[in-house]
Design a protein around this ligand. Structure first.
Ligand code: ACM
Length: 264
């Protein structure tokens, strides 16, 4: 399976530009599976609800149907993030589409910082779906900070974690190596680059999009500029949880020995 991440500079409130830019990057490589950034169609730094009301779209809106069209035309799957409108609620969502339409839909559970002002916390389970002989899971950006997110996807059978992101903190790329190692899964993090300044707040996005294997090895990592990274992986490598001759990570779990959750 050839997996590619399209790291781009998303312009705030310019969905047509962002769609064109994403499509141009998709046209530079052939891949079975693509990952685009979190909120790729809208940009990130919302400062008023009205902006979200203007840019958010439902699952059956133009953004997701355009992604589905691209997937059908290319015979591939595409994961991407967009601001979702669902009735009166807004979610920081991601979708995985294939040639026949939507395969998986996820609403970011662990919202980062000021996202909590605009978005509802996700109310859908972490999804894992079969596509092209692989089991694909979805999480979004700051979900990396909670090992439970990747763990849950791995417990549900994910071979590859697709991870649309808008990273502003430096630790995620290295942390995702550990998420892969502790769960023996692949992960493809697609970040964005560029900066946004609005409403008295400024953010710079770190790039560093990457694909990591179940050994925690970085198969490829971009710098802080627009571009595509494509690598060939065998997703079935993630099916064995054998860490040494005498350690199967799932069989060795000892849930009765672990501390209770602080909220219990
Ligand atoms: C983030 O979750 N976008 C940092």
């Amino acid at each position: 399976m050839r997996i590619a991440v399209a790291q781009m500079d998303c312009r705030f409130d310019q969905p047509q530009h962002n769609l064109q830019r994403a499509r141009a990057l998709l046209d530079t490589e052939r891949a079975d599976l693509w990952v685009l950034p979190e909120l790729f169609s809208s940009g990130y730094l919302f400062s008023e609800r009205e902006q979200l009301e203007r840019m958010a779209e439902p699952l059956d809106g133009t953004i997701v149907s355009t992604l589905s069209e691209w997937a059908r035309a290319r015979g591939c799957a595409i994961a991407a993030g967009w601001p979702e409108r669902a009735g009166d609620h807004f979610y920081n969502s991601a979708v995985l589409v294939g040639p026949r339409g939507v395969l998986a839909h996820y609403r970011k559970i662990h919202l980062f910082d000021r996202e909590t002002l605009w978005f509802q916390g996700g109310d859908l389970p972490f999804p894992v779906v079969e596509y092209g002989g692989a089991r694909l899971g979805l999480m979004i950006c700051f979900d990396w900070r909670f090992p439970e997110a990747a763990r849950t996807l791995a417990f549900r059978g994910a071979d590859v974690i697709l991870h649309p992101s808008n990273l502003v903190l430096p630790w995620c790329p290295e942390a995702m190596r550990i998420r892969c190692l502790e769960n023996l899964v692949f992960a493809a993090t697609c970040d964005r680059v560029g900066s946004e300044e609005r409403g008295g707040h400024a953010l710079r996005f770190i790039g560093q999009s990457q694909v990591v294997d179940p050994g925690g090895n970085v198969l490829g990592r971009l710098a802080e500029e627009e571009g595509v990274l494509a690598v060939d992986i065998d997703p079935t490598q993630a099916r064995s949880k054998q860490a040494t001759a005498h350690n199967d990570l799932w069989a060795d779990l000892r849930p009765r020995s672990y501390a209770q959750h602080p909220g219990d």
